[in-house]
Design a protein around this ligand. Structure first.
Ligand SMILES: Cc1ncc(C[n+]2csc(CCOP(=O)(O)OP(=O)(O)O)c2C)c(N)n1
Ligand SMILES: [Mg+2]
Length: 600
């Protein structure tokens, strides 16, 4: 039975299937904390559990990760003022990657609002962009039921962020579970089921016409196709197509399929580049991959796009047919309309390029570096990934190696901050994944900059909660390169500037040693021959691990196809006196040279 608004809030969220809320306390939400307290004492019915993080932004990342790795709604909770402000970056991550997340925040007491009161921030205005589909402040207990129902339903239906602001005195008021039946009240109910969305027959016929007419079909799949592996495979087979994957769609298809060209874009592969350059028809499924230079040139290919959200159609390439629909359902509806391409030459060409690419990746991983080549770390992990692994990569050079070097297999999951591309999501995503799937092995692949930004702190959360995870395999890989490396390379290659040590150099930190202090396992590899053994040890550990690899910041995360301008920028950066010029040239040369060895 509910007693206060806080109690009823949790009860209603539990009706929506919410089992866990990530958050951080404050007096703006003490009325909700009291409700958690009462439920953990067993004094009330089944309610969500409160998970305490180190920083509210992390709570929002974890809620986003929950949504990404379960398909369910994620929920985070923060106090008024500073707590609410801290949530924002994590909420934007969820919004931009189209994840359903509800943010619940406290507010000062109703009587004080508008009085320039302590910690009083105009939260509705603050959240109006990130939660533009639905942000409301509750004023009376009668609203709670429909505000929770709407926040949850709109987040799920629109795949977005919604926010609920609840003044602290209201949280402690008596609950009104059912508003009186009179004029001016709202009578809502819980529950949301995803609809079946398929395009009309006419549009499917048009799409099939375009796809049947092509002789070199390329597919690009994104996170919208994560549940459509079988359908993507079948359509690709019939069309004799190669399939490239946007980063958020890396787990759509396993990387051991010979016609899967892997990631696309700056972090992508050469076969994906070639696929897009040479195709005459593009079928894009559940992706809004933004970089047009990696897609066919306008007019060089005919295009068909499938997306569940009509707003995302036709904005990356001028498609001939734009289909609003669920990816699996739409591909299934397309299949009987497609004609099997008799000429398999295009497919064979793609398969050859893919096979060559994987050999190159292996060779690049073996190149010497000072001290460790980061590609070796990913290559050795890839070989050892346990079944059912879940991977979370951070923004930084780790995302490159994750995108290119990791071979996902069927049954694995992987994600990162795809659209916001924020630093700091790796460790909290891994924690969210571990809470959602405590029996699966989880990996965070993170740079030292992101660790110093927040990952180090979230290790404390891992230490706090690890005992409740059945499978203790949670490994945080830290690339200790003492550099904000991704941006250092961007400065060199995009802007033509030399490395600015004042902004790019990072202080060293004992990541593995710190893990040990927390009661976790710390492993430090500072020589290439330690890498494989380090992974074996990490995977056999009886507790979560920080695997610190001391990697070489001068190994270039080369784009699959360096443009002339980028090459020029790189050389002018070097001429302008990049402090590491000599070694960079040697490393870049080594990487490039791999492509011209005999047999390529
Ligand atoms: C919150 C945030 N701040 C800044 C950036 C810009 N940025 C992208 S990658 C990167 C460097 C990351 O460095 P590190 O975590 O050490 O990884 P590395 O590239 O060195 O492997 C920076 C500064 C960002 N994406 N997000
Ligand atoms: Mg770094």
């Amino acid at each position: 039975m509910s007693t206060t608004v806080g109690d009823y809030l949790l009860e209603r969220l539990s009706t929506w299937g919410i089992r866990r809320i990530y958050g951080y306390p404050g007096d703006g939400i003490n009325g909700i904390m009291g409700a958690f307290q009462r439920s953990s004492n067993g004094r009330t019915g089944h309610r969500p559990e409160f998970v305490q993080v180190r920083h509210e932004e992390m709570a929002a990342f974890m809620a986003c990760a929950h949504a990404k790795f379960t398909g369910e709604l994620g929920v985070c909770l923060a106090t008024s003022g500073p707590g609410a402000v801290h949530l924002l970056n994590g909420l934007y991550d969820a919004k931009l990657d189209h994840q359903p997340v509800v943010a619940i925040v406290g507010q000062q007491a109703r009587a004080g609002l508008g009085g320039n009161y302590q910690q009083e921030i105009d939260l509705q205005t603050l959240f109006k962009d990130v939660a533009h589909e639905f942000v409301e402040m509750a004023m009376v207990p009668e609203q709670i039921r429909h505000l929770v129902d709407r926040a949850c339903r709109i987040a799920l239906a629109e795949r977005t962020v919604t926010a609920l602001i609840i003044p602290n005195d209201l949280q402690e008021a008596d609950a009104v579970e059912q508003p009186p039946h009179k004029h001016g009240t709202v009578h809502s109910g819980p529950g949301y089921e995803r609809p079946r969305v398929i395009p009309t027959d006419q549009e499917l016929d048009r799409a099939a016409g375009v796809l049947n007419a092509g002789s070199r079909v390329a597919m690009l799949v994104g996170q919208g196709a994560l549940h459509a592996a079988d359908e993507v495979t079948e359509v690709a087979d019939v069309l004799g197509a190669g399939v490239a994957k946007a980063l958020l769609g890396k787990a759509v298809l396993p990387d051991d399929l010979p016609w899967v060209t892997g990631s696309i874009g700056l972090l992508g592969t050469k076969p994906s580049w070639d696929l897009m350059q040479e195709c005459d028809t593009l079928l894009m499924v559940g992706s809004s991959f933004p970089y047009s230079e990696f897609l066919p040139e306008e007019g060089s290919a005919r295009g068909v796009q499938i997306d569940i959200d009509g707003r995302m159609l036709g904005i990356r390439y001028p498609m001939e047919v734009n289909l609003v629909g669920d990816s699996a359902e739409t591909l299934r509806a397309l299949l009987p309309r497609l004609e099997r391409k008799p000429d398999r030459g295009w497919r064979e060409q793609i398969e050859q390029q893919v096979a060559q690419w994987w050999r190159l990746i292996e060779e690049r991983a073996q190149l010497s570096a000072d001290p460790i080549n980061p590609q070796l770390v990913f290559y050795e992990l890839s070989k050892r990934l346990p079944d059912g692994a879940i991977l979370a990569a951070d923004s930084g050079s780790a995302a490159n190696w994750f995108a290119r070097d990791i071979k996902l297999r069927t049954g694995m999951m992987a994600s990162l901050s795809g659209t916001l591309a924020t630093m700091g999501a790796g460790v909290p995503y891994a924690i969210g994944a571990k809470f959602a799937h405590p029996d699966r092995p989880v990996f965070a692949l993170v740079g030292d900059g992101a660790m110093q930004m927040n990952g180090i702190n979230e290790l404390i959360t891992i230490a706090k909660y690890r005992h409740r995870w059945r499978d203790q395999r949670l490994v945080v890989l830290v690339l200790n390169n003492r550099d904000l490396n991704q941006v250092t390379w961007e400065q060199r290659a995009m802007s033509g500037d030399p490395k600015f040590e004042g902004s790019q150099d990072l202080p060293d930190f004992p990541y593995a040693g710190y893990a040990e202090l927390l009661g976790l396992k710390g492993i430090r590899a500072d020589r290439p021959e330690h890498v494989a053994a380090g992974w074996d040890e990490a995977l056999a550990a009886d507790r979560p691990v920080v695997f610190e690899a001391v990697t070489d910041p001068e190994v270039p995360p080369l784009p699959p196809h360096i443009t002339l301008e980028q090459a020029k920028s790189l050389s002018s950066a070097l001429i302008a006196g990049d402090p590491n010029a000599g070694r960079i040239v040697r490393q870049s040369f080594k990487q490039k040279a791999q492509e011209f060895l005999p047999g390529r």
